[in-house]
Write a protein that binds this ligand. Structure first.
Ligand code: GLC
Length: 449
């Protein structure tokens, strides 16, 4: 076989292999969808925004349930919601300058309030507030114009509507249990999703949450996800579907989500076991302080260094980081969050190419830091010094040379023939958030093609 033919055959086999690996159950993603998955993985960093009328209470997005409030009393907040400082363009600018490439906004959280002009209920930002502006429209316009992808969080559960079949949360909000009606609620959701996917241009992903509300039902609850997922893919084939159900991925899903955990971990304890890590693109979501929605008492922000290291570790696992901010009731992002975005942006502008468009390293994150990889390159992100100033790691390939990232300074290393374990001597350096060594190797692995 000639070399050219060999390459073609090899490429064909790889495509077959990857298509097969991508097919889950009886779901085969479309080419547009596969392309969107690839683009999703390359972005590595997004910002989550939890914003709704719950922000007004300053107690996080679960206030309606946690404080056992009557839903009609709670809903009165809508009539006073006037976030006069909201400026979608400023949000997008600050987020983009941070180096984030996508935004995921809560379109409707568990309190059932819709942040767009929906025809399905008056309980929405245009019809129920004096503000009367469709923030999804404004954010979509700003995102599309600035090349930032817009993803939408959508809650499966609803603590307000009476047709929502009661689960294990939101049972004290004063609903009449006689009025539960799954067929009606399902139609409502699918109509709303249709609006979101037909009125605001390209939506990069729908991010579902709330599935777990029915995980203690005596008879397993059927969310009829396939019908809903099919609808989404029919309306926008490239729209990625993720579901924060804390279970193994289900047919029709395009990304796998881990809440407050790196892929495969279950330290947050949302399920009885860690969901198995799939071959789908991965995303870890985490808060900047402690809460998702704005909480007036929560000033416990993670340090910029901590956030950068979190981003490095998620990238080292081959996952995106979706980092949350809870915008204020007046429509501004909190000043501390803006500061963190700015500082992360400064770091990303120098080191972003060791994060974007990389794959998981040849080893998962370790106490010393994490590794990311690109064809013919590995980046050793040393976030914690090693005791003896050396680092021994497996490198999948023959090491050609190693440099301190962004400089011509050589880093000495030892790698024995046929043995991936490579020892690098870390040059003495000042304490930095992440000391990066760029390793150049000689062979492209098929995994990287
Ligand atoms: C949880 C919470 C929800 C939050 C989400 C973000 O599921 O119920 O309030 O939106 O996590 O990951």
């Amino acid at each position: 076989m000639t070399k050219k033919l060999k390459n073609i055959v090899c490429g064909f086999m790889l495509t077959l292999f990857s298509m097969n690996a991508m097919a889950q159950g009886n779901y085969t993603p479309t080419p547009e969808n596969l392309q969107a998955r690839k683009a999703f993985k390359e972005m590595r960093f997004g910002i989550f925004l939890h914003w709704g009328i719950y922000s007004m209470f300053g107690q996080g997005e679960w206030y309606l349930q946690n404080a056992n409030i009557d839903r009609n009393e709670y809903a009165k907040a809508a009539d006073a919601f006037y976030p006069h400082r909201f400026n979608a363009w400023e949000w997008v600018r600050a987020i983009k300058e941070a180096g984030a490439q996508y935004i995921c906004l809560t379109s409707r959280h568990h309190d059932g309030f819709s942040m767009w002009k929906t025809d399905e209920s008056d309980y929405n930002i245009v019809d129920a507030t004096p503000f009367k502006r469709d923030v999804i429209k404004e954010l979509a316009d700003a995102c599309h114009s600035k090349g930032v992808k817009l993803h939408l969080y959508y809650s499966h559960l609803d603590w307000m509507r009476e047709d929502y079949p009661l689960g294990r949360t939101g049972l004290q909000t004063g609903r009449d249990p006689q009025k539960q009606n799954w067929a009606s609620y399902k139609q409502f959701m699918n109509n709303q999703l249709t609006e979101l996917l037909t009125r605001y241009g390209e939506i990069g992903a729908i991010w579902f949450d709330g599935y777990w509300d029915h995980n203690q039902d005596s008879v397993p609850f059927d969310w009829e996800l396939r019908e809903q997922y099919n609808l989404i893919h029919r309306l926008q084939p490239a729209c990625l579907i993720g579901n924060n159900h804390h279970e193994e991925v289900k047919p029709g899903e395009d990304i796998q989500i881990f809440e407050r955990d790196l892929p495969g971990q279950n330290t947050a304890g949302f399920a009885d076991h860690a969901a198995e890590v799939s071959t789908l693109p991965l995303e870890t979501c985490e808060t900047m302080n402690g809460m998702w929605g704005y909480k007036v008492t929560d000033q416990d922000y993670k340090s910029t260094d901590g956030l950068i290291r979190l981003l490095v570790h998620t990238a080292g696992m081959g996952a995106n980081l979706l980092l949350n901010i809870g915008p204020q009731p007046n429509g501004e992002l909190p000043a501390t969050a803006l500061q963190r975005l700015k500082e992360m942006g400064e770091w990303m502008s120098k080191y972003g190419s060791t994060i974007y468009n990389t794959k998981a390293g040849d080893v998962p994150p370790q106490p010393w830091g994490a590794m990311t990889r690109k064809p013919l390159k590995r980046y050793l992100h040393i976030t914690h010094s090693t005791a003896d100033g050396t680092l021994t790691v497996p490198i999948d390939g023959i090491v050609r040379d190693a440099l301190v990232y962004g400089t011509n300074q050589k880093v000495s290393f030892k790698q024995k023939k046929g043995n991936p374990m490579t020892t690098f001597t870390i040059p003495p350096h000042e304490d930095v958030v992440d000391y990066i060594i760029e390793v150049r190797v000689t062979e492209v692995h098929p995994y990287e093609l």
